[in-house]
Write a protein that binds this ligand. Sequence first.
Ligand code: SAM
Ligand code: SF4
Length: 342
Amino acid sequence: MIKLSEIEPPEIKLPEIKLVDQYKRRLDYLRISVTDRCNMKCIYCMTHEKTSKLPCREILRYEEIIRIARIFTRLGVSKIRITGGEPLVRKGICEFLSGIRKLEGLSDLSITTNGVFLKDKIKQIKSAGIRRLNISLDTLDKDKFKNISGIDAFSEVWESIMTALDMGFDPIKINVVALKGINDDELPDFARLSLSYPFQIRFIEYMPIGTSRMTSRQLLAPEIKNRISSIGRLDPVENISVDGPAKRFRFENAKGEVGFIRPISEHFCSSCNRLRLTASGNLKTCLLSETETDLKGPLRKGCSESELAEIILKAVYKKPFEHPLIANSEGIISGEMSAIGG
Ligand code: SAM
Ligand code: SF4
């Protein structure tokens, strides 16, 4: 087996052109799903209808991901987020993170995790050079946690969050998918966490992807904001380049912040800088579009890196201007969030 640390950058000549689409959006952020597998089955993400997993040979090997990611960084990607499925269930993930960290031109590397295995791997993750973490947590109630995720692991996730805090990870973003009748009673409790902890609590609007059918439970950002407004005045916080589309706010004297990710109530399409590499090696230029471009096939057939770069540039140029989702629309996007990476 090839050691990730031994993959030398090949001598290649890539086009001088950077990743820009036909609407002149600069694409400098790549989300990589390293697996479609997960130890959870969150009701809004991986439904019981999904039982089959991609066969192992269909999943990109780590060295393949690093080769593809290197092309992206050479074409101007400077931010990478590792996601899944659950990235921490994949064997060898920490060595892989160290490999990715070394890519020239990369200024930001982060992971999104459900947090269950984070505590066990956190030292290695820190040694791999990760400082920014997104941890998903939809409830502060142990029993409800089991109902939402299918496993009894609230304590493990909370312990991971506290360990990350002690170890100085910054920022620690807590992702909360807000759902009517499921966790909307806890929205103020989540928001209050930002008073005493330096967390960025990010309320996410549910997107109807794959077989999940939670549209009737969708809660939009204005409503979420309204529900937490009794806590105090929310002052806007200026976004910085690594923030992505979250609209950020802070309560007076709070240690942390709250934010809203609003793919439905306020499309951020016109300023979208994101690309996605799925676990099976497809490039998705829009999370909410069916169009995917196969990179694994050409890579495995021996395409040169400059040929792959051409394929990438062509696909990126055609990135859709916007996605079609509006409030209350049903699941019109096929594919599972767990394989695409969220
Ligand atoms: N397993 C990891 C986790 O849960 O953090 C990483 C993958 S998960 C697909 C990435 C993010 O997507 C999580 O924060 C999750 O809550 C969010 N997500 C999954 N399905 C979603 C949906 N249908 N609508 C909105 N967000 C979703
Ligand atoms: Fe797994 Fe994350 Fe999807 Fe939950 S949201 S099922 S933890 S991939």
